[in-house]
Write a protein that binds this ligand. Sequence first.
Ligand SMILES: Cc1cc2nc3c(=O)[nH]c(=O)nc-3n(C[C@H](O)[C@H](O)[C@H](O)COP(=O)(O)OP(=O)(O)OC[C@H]3O[C@@H](n4cnc5c(N)ncnc54)[C@H](O)[C@@H]3O)c2cc1C
Length: 397
Amino acid sequence: MEVGQISEQGREIKARAARFIEEELWPLERDAAERGALDAERVDAARAKARAAGFSNLNMPREVGGADLPMLDLVAIEEEAGKATNGLGFIVADRGPRELLAAATPEQVERWVLPVVRGETREAWAITEPGAGSDVAGIQATAIRDGDEWVLNGEKWFVTGGDLASYYIVLVNAEGEQTLFLVDKGTPGLELAREPHFMHDPYTSKHQELRLVDCRVPEANRVPGAGGDDAKRWFSLERIMIAARCCGAAERLIDLARGWALEREAFGRPIADYQAIQFMLADSLTELAAARLLTLHAATAWDRGDDAKIVHGKVAMAKLYASEMANRVADRAVQIFGGRGYMTENPAARYYRELRVDRIWEGTSEIQRLIIARGLLKRGAAAYLDGAVGAGIGAGR
Ligand SMILES: Cc1cc2nc3c(=O)[nH]c(=O)nc-3n(C[C@H](O)[C@H](O)[C@H](O)COP(=O)(O)OP(=O)(O)OC[C@H]3O[C@@H](n4cnc5c(N)ncnc54)[C@H](O)[C@@H]3O)c2cc1C
């Protein structure tokens, strides 16, 4: 299993991200734990500071003002993002819409992609529906052509960042094909149905439910090409980033639990002296190391431009294992802290709630297992364990 080298630039940004999180974001976490809500003004100020410090668009090509870092560097930096709760880590992992850039027309790039890169607007992906989550092929939203316009109807759920977005990237069925449309906020017929509350609240963004009712957009808003494939590329990217954040979260949890185990005394000795505690810590560290290697291995394959299907499988393994690992680590950390681990002022309690979604979003653990199993049955195990396999189609970069 091959793992590449993180670049000097990647290491430097990772170290700065770690400092930023400790100095700027952990105080916001503590404040949210005390008040039960994030302070929106302080969050906005942290976002502006992070952007000024150069943490935005690290994934975007240089031609549009990005840093064009390889996946391995991006993953290493995203690990740091996992070390903040309440979704605050996204402030230092402010990626640009590279998958949209790859699919959009030059006019769409000017109008919808570049403003995001400049920090003027934000986008949000709207794929999932009340009747279709895992089964993306089963979406029911439609776009019907009417002259130079398209008429969109349907319902989209769980649209992360919809509250902050200026436009939505919406997957619908159009003339027998899954197609992406760019729909600006405020377009007549695009309605906000609900902003439900979630287990990880207070969080830096909402997950909206949207309704499209005879929502008309011009042909210029239709993204050319196969929308379903573009959505898959976005899923793949988000999955490897989830794996990375889970590794970062687990590292923070292990350090916190270790510190407490050494400090806390019970029955006249530090609890770290008890094997029951040591074994929980040992399992956590071992599983984190394994998850990290899987994640870096997938990132290495991505950067090398291995066969997209193999990369897809490796990313699925990383996402599956890292998200399940982080949930186990959080559970053990709560246990090691005892009653204090159940207090929301303790990051362990917050992670225990927040990491749960990583086994669900961007494809549940079951869906990752399906992807892995299908690839294994078709190609055999060696394809997923080796270094370079197949020709360089790449997986989204
Ligand atoms: C906080 C949050 C944010 C999200 N953000 C976004 C977003 O920004 N944009 C977006 O489009 N979506 C978003 N989602 C949606 C998310 O991707 C879906 O919830 C997820 O893919 C699962 O779909 P579902 O909820 O419909 O569950 P279902 O597909 O209904 O699955 C229910 C259960 O059945 C299992 N299952 C389904 N099919 C199979 C199968 N073939 N074999 C075995 N088991 C199966 C699943 O694993 C799960 O356990 C978000 C979700 C959450 C919770």
